[in-house]
Design a protein around this ligand. Structure first.
Ligand code: SAM
Length: 283
């Protein structure tokens, strides 16, 4: 039941791919809201039907081209005591997605804005990259124009915080090739298809990852996490070596031990394999 005494706007995060990532509270809000504003009603109908919820005339489009007009409609509904939910196609609304303007408008009208937080590609990628997360900067999509990209790389040369950006599968190879010209030795993690069937994390130095990705067909959705200038390596060699020794002693193959340590500590697969090989020769 919706509380009709006090209307509100609820920013609801939805799965990046794995439908199991919809929280129980998000589900309850989608089922009970008076109105659900979404980027693309067709796309969101799929989320509703996968969760056996009927949209029953409650789905309305709110995208970058109509956000200003729809803000008025959202405010009017909240004033009538409605609970209005905002979702995007995937992840958290307002994070490189529509939402900021409507939130600002609702807040300026003195109405309640709250959230049912959850998945976001930026945070998901940072959490598995194995690269310093103490301070980071989100750069959205890398500019398409070569001059603007170069200016961005010049900024990143001085950027000490971890840098996170989105990249399209078609552009990933070219961008990594360019990054290798500027930051060959920095750690990078390409996070692809997070939470989905073909989830993949490619970690290593920029030069190594550019070489791995070159000549491969890359599909799906991608976030790139790049270490900042002067970032310390994620872990000491001794820690990785101790882990490898442990795995090898427990019967892992050289490759399996290397894959395990690379995944755990964010070092490159090649470096981990070479260390594992050296340790195996001493056992
Ligand atoms: N608001 C969304 C969020 O909080 O995650 C981000 C919207 S942004 C327009 C979409 C971009 O997020 C994609 O182009 C891709 O770079 C990234 N992305 C979304 N889902 C992803 C996934 N499952 N794995 C990796 N990147 C993903």
């Amino acid at each position: 039941m919706t509380d009709k005494t006090l209307g509100q706007l609820v920013i609801v995060a939805t799965p990046l791919g794995n439908l199991g990532d919809l929280s129980p509270r998000a589900l309850q809000l989608l089922a009970s809201a008076d109105a659900v504003f979404c980027e693309d009603t067709r796309h969101s109908r799929t989320l509703f039907s996968a969760n056996n919820i009927s949209p029953s005339g409650r789905l309305f489009a709110l995208h970058e081209h109509n956000e200003a007009e729809q803000s008025g409609e959202v405010i009017a509904r909240i004033a009538r005591g409605e609970t209005v939910v905002l979702i995007s196609d995937a992840g958290t609304p307002g994070i490189s997605d529509p939402g900021t303007r409507v939130v600002a408008a609702v807040a300026a009208a003195g109405q309640v804005v709250t959230t049912a937080p959850g998945p976001s590609a930026v945070i998901a990628a940072l959490s598995v990259a194995g690269i310093d997360t103490e301070r980071f900067v989100m750069e959205g999509f890398v500019p398409r124009k070569a001059g603007e990209r170069l200016a961005r790389y010049e900024e990143w040369a001085k950027e000490h915080r971890t840098i996170v950006f989105y990249e399209s599968p078609q552009r990933l190879q070219a961008t990594l090739t360019e990054l290798a010209q500027h930051f060959a030795n920095r750690q990078v993690c390409v996070a692809r298809e997070l939470t989905k069937l073909h989830e993949e994390l490619i970690r290593g130095s920029v030069a190594e990852v550019a070489a791995i990705v070159a000549g491969r067909e890359i599909l799906g959705e991608i976030v790139v996490v790049l270490a900042g200038a002067g970032a310390a390596p994620p872990v000491d060699d001794e820690v990785v070596e101790a882990c490898l020794r442990d795995r090898l002693n427990s019967g892992d193959s050289t490759k399996d031990a290397a894959t395990y340590a690379a995944g755990l500590y964010g070092v490159s697969q090649r470096v981990a394999y070479e260390l594992a090989l050296a340790i195996r020769n001493t056992l």
